[in-house]
Design a protein around this ligand. Structure first.
Ligand code: HEM
Length: 524
């Protein structure tokens, strides 16, 4: 039935397709004034259109993401190269998205900042989220990454504490370096990430000029059911650009949406952002030869020990039509994998995998996967039913409508019969509450510090000093000790910076006191 024509036929004189209606389809006659007793009121309760209009408005927001609330998104495609170095990629993974050179898979990407709210400035010092949803022929695959290749902590149980300490103080509602650096100095594994975040790498110039990384260790599985460990990295075709604190403050004074605007305008102008996807591959074992554990997400897998291989590229060529429906309601998760891709035992990854869909059932609703942005672009057939906002029955045509369970002999859905060699890792050990052995918290923080150029080091020290100067002596000393363990020069410069800052502060305090007494000193 052609609904538009059918409705048009029934339109009353004076109405057309642009006539405002309620959600129930009734034409609206009065949209300027409430129905009131006399022109000065009071209003009456049977103002049905008003009540519907206002109560929908009252529900226009869903809870924002608990982290990564501020974001921008775009659509595009991923193109596979079909190989790893000179070898066919099928040697390592049977995931269809990677097979066949030139194969295109649609993607949706959401970039974000982490700590502050949905409308916070995009110039803040923070990791940037880089979440990619691949709508593959085998169902959806989400690669939920950040711009920096490592993370602050290595065990998921610490995530709520870490985030609490970086979020605003629960009393003042102000982000407080005393709380941040209290957590940091109690958890020395954070130093490597802190070294990146307090340098210009903590404020990427925009979303187009930043890298991305899966951060956690994943696995690839081939047709023989054999697995390797994998790290993913996105390299921007347009190069990397970061901001010093001074540059960021300058932008923030004029435009706090600069990254969203940059992404949107680049795509509108046909200057499509592009990244190349690289992987690092290690055999699936503990690698005792390395001075870190390959499942530790506070460590980079050094490129000279574990080479990078390009496996595809991604182009973003379409802006969302509806920010709320696509960007705000999009839901990514580390559990969203397809055949040929798998989890590793990385403890952060395992914890994350519970958290994402749990929060999304709360944030968006139990049926969040029926929303077009989250639904796979392939056939779906499940026995999941009902719940808030159920819109349709997945796979209704294929199924006897009376059968919403499995197994059944009455034309219900059934398990796949596709012949696949399962990957069945052997796991053995005592259940314990223990950290990994090779923590090695400081070496790579030192490597990263030494790899920075002068501007990056100067900005890092300045930013640390200005934040740590608000902390007590005990926290300052612990930070100096940690930085010294990473690199002597790093610790020395931080100590000197803090000392100079204290001298300057004491001097200005003396000047203030002298001023108050009416004898101004020359040193001001
Ligand atoms: C978003 C939890 C670590 C990257 C989120 C959200 C939660 C969460 C609850 C909000 C999701 C939503 O409302 O849709 C966690 C937990 C972690 C963890 C529990 C550690 C145990 C990480 C790490 C990365 C990361 C290591 C980087 C690889 C992201 C990104 C988003 C996000 C990019 C935003 C996704 C989007 O754009 O919708 N995380 N996270 N998270 N997380 Fe994590």
């Amino acid at each position: 039935m052609d609904q538009d024509n059918d409705n048009q036929e029934h339109m009353t004189e004076g109405e057309d397709k642009q006539t405002l209606t309620t959600r129930q389809g009734q034409p609206v006659k009065y949209n300027q004034n409430l129905r009131t007793i006399g022109s000065r009121g009071p209003a009456t309760l049977e103002n049905y259109h008003f009540l519907e209009k206002m109560s929908h408005f009252d529900r226009e927001r869903v809870p924002e993401r608990v982290v990564h609330a501020r974001g921008a998104g775009a659509h595009g495609y991923f193109e596979s190269y079909g190989k790893v170095g000179d070898e066919p990629i099928s040697k390592y993974t049977r995931a269809k998205v990677f097979q066949d050179a030139g194969k295109h898979t649609p993607v949706f990407v959401r970039f974000s900042t982490v700590i502050h709210g949905k409308d916070s400035p995009e110039t803040l010092r923070d990791p940037r989220g880089f979440a990619v949803k691949f709508y593959t022929e085998d169902g959806n695959w989400d690669l939920v990454g950040n711009n920096i290749k490592i993370f602050f902590i290595r065990d998921a149980i610490k995530f709520p504490d870490f985030i609490h300490s970086f979020k605003p103080d629960p009393i003042t509602n102000i982000q407080d370096p005393r709380r941040q650096f209290d957590f940091v100095t109690q958890n020395p594994e954070t130093l490597h990430m802190i070294t990146f975040i307090f340098s210009p790498w903590g404020i990427p110039a925009n979303y187009r000029h930043m890298q991305g990384s899966g951060v956690n260790t994943y696995k690839w599985v081939n047709k023989d059911g054999e697995a390797v460990l994998i790290k993913y990295h996105w390299e921007p075709k347009h190069g990397i650009k970061n901001l010093t604190q001074e540059e960021a403050s300058e932008i923030q004074g004029k435009n706090f949406n600069h990254a969203t605007q940059d992404l949107y305008e680049a795509i509108e102008n046909g200057d499509y952002p592009e990244w190349e996807l690289f992987v690092q591959i290690l055999s699936d074992d503990e690698h005792p030869e390395l001075d870190f554990d390959p499942l530790d997400d506070t460590k980079i897998w050094p490129e000279d020990q574990v080479p990078w291989y390009p496996v595809g590229r991604m182009v973003l060529n379409k802006n969302p039509d509806n920010y709320f429906a696509e960007v705000e309601q999009s839901a990514f998760g580390t559990g969203v994998l397809v055949d040929g891709l798998d989890f590793s035992d990385d403890k952060m990854l395992q914890g994350r995998t519970f958290s994402y869909s749990d929060t999304q059932r709360y944030r968006v609703g139990a049926n969040y996967l029926q929303l077009p942005i989250n639904a796979p672009k392939k056939h779906v057939a499940t026995n999941q039913r009902d719940g808030q906002m159920t819109y349709y029955v997945d796979g209704a045509e294929e199924q006897n409508p009376h059968v919403n369970y499995e197994p059944s002999g009455l034309d219900g859905l059934h398990e796949t019969n596709a012949p696949k060699k399962e990957y069945t890792p052997h796991v053995e050990g005592n259940l314990v509450y223990e950290s990994i052995e090779r923590t090695n918290d400081f070496k790579q923080a030192g490597d990263t510090y030494r790899a920075f150029d002068h501007t990056e080091r100067d900005d890092l020290i300045n930013n640390l000093v200005s934040n740590l100067s608000m902390c007590n002596k005990d926290i300052q000393q612990k930070m100096i000790d940690m930085c010294t363990k990473a690199d002597e020069d790093y610790g020395r410069r931080l100590a000197e910076g803090l000392e100079q800052h204290t001298d300057r502060a004491t001097e200005s305090e003396a000047v203030r006191e002298a001023d108050q007494k009416g004898h101004r000193t020359d040193s001001y």
